[in-house]
Design a protein around this ligand. Structure first.
Ligand code: SF4
Length: 189
């Protein structure tokens, strides 16, 4: 197809961008995109995995180079997502690299209007202290009927979307051991 400079400017103008102009002329960018992608993941190792965000469990391919994740995309072999990912799954790379992600523990005291930065050790001790206190104050060994229940109704455990199966398995065992019965994971919500 012969494309004059005038043709290009006409289509680009009507579509608002140079890329729109190329598409208007019937030119496809797919090969260029595929080539750019191939260059990006060249010489990387591919590791199959699963998006942790929701219970659909879309298959992903993680590209690793020099011990670092450089790309994550949908796995075309997965029967239910066939290489696609929803916007949340498509942003999964940012779980690994995201300059906007908070890296410090923030704590807001009861009644306070501002967050304070605290040490991780202190925060973990504080969580343990509150879990122990709440459990002791609310633990129910038996119902009025005499049935043994050994549970606390005062604590709710909610797992985050980025926790993997193995961590969730340990986590629910730990919570059940404490007598917590309200256990959920964000991925099922
Ligand atoms: S969040 Fe999106 S990409 Fe991830 S498993 Fe669910 S549907 Fe799939």
């Amino acid at each position: 197809m012969e494309v004059t400079r005038r043709d290009f400017l006409r289509y680009a103008g009507s579509a608002g961008t140079a890329l729109g102009g190329l598409a208007g002329l019937g030119l496809t960018l797919a090969p260029a995109r595929a080539k750019a992608q191939a260059l990006r993941i060249k010489d990387s190792k591919t590791v199959p995995s699963i998006c942790p965000f929701c219970s659909v469990g879309c298959g992903t391919l993680i590209h690793v180079k020099d011990g670092d994740i450089i790309n994550i995309e949908g796995d075309p072999r997965s029967p239910h997502n066939e290489g696609t990912l929803c916007p949340k799954g498509a942003a999964i790379y940012q779980l690994h690299k995201n300059p906007n992600r908070p890296t410090k523990v923030l704590h807001r005291k009861p009644g306070a209007s501002k967050w304070e930065t605290v040490e991780l050790e202190w925060a973990m001790d504080r969580v343990a202290e509150l879990v122990k206190k709440t459990r002791e104050e609310t633990f129910i060994e038996r119902l009025p009927s005499g049935m043994a229940v050994n549970m606390t109704p005062a604590i709710f455990a909610l797992g985050g979307a980025t926790l993997d199966n193995e961590f969730n398995h340990i986590c629910q065992k730990f919570n059940r051991g404490l007598g917590i019965v309200a256990i959920e994971n964000q991925a099922r919500i």
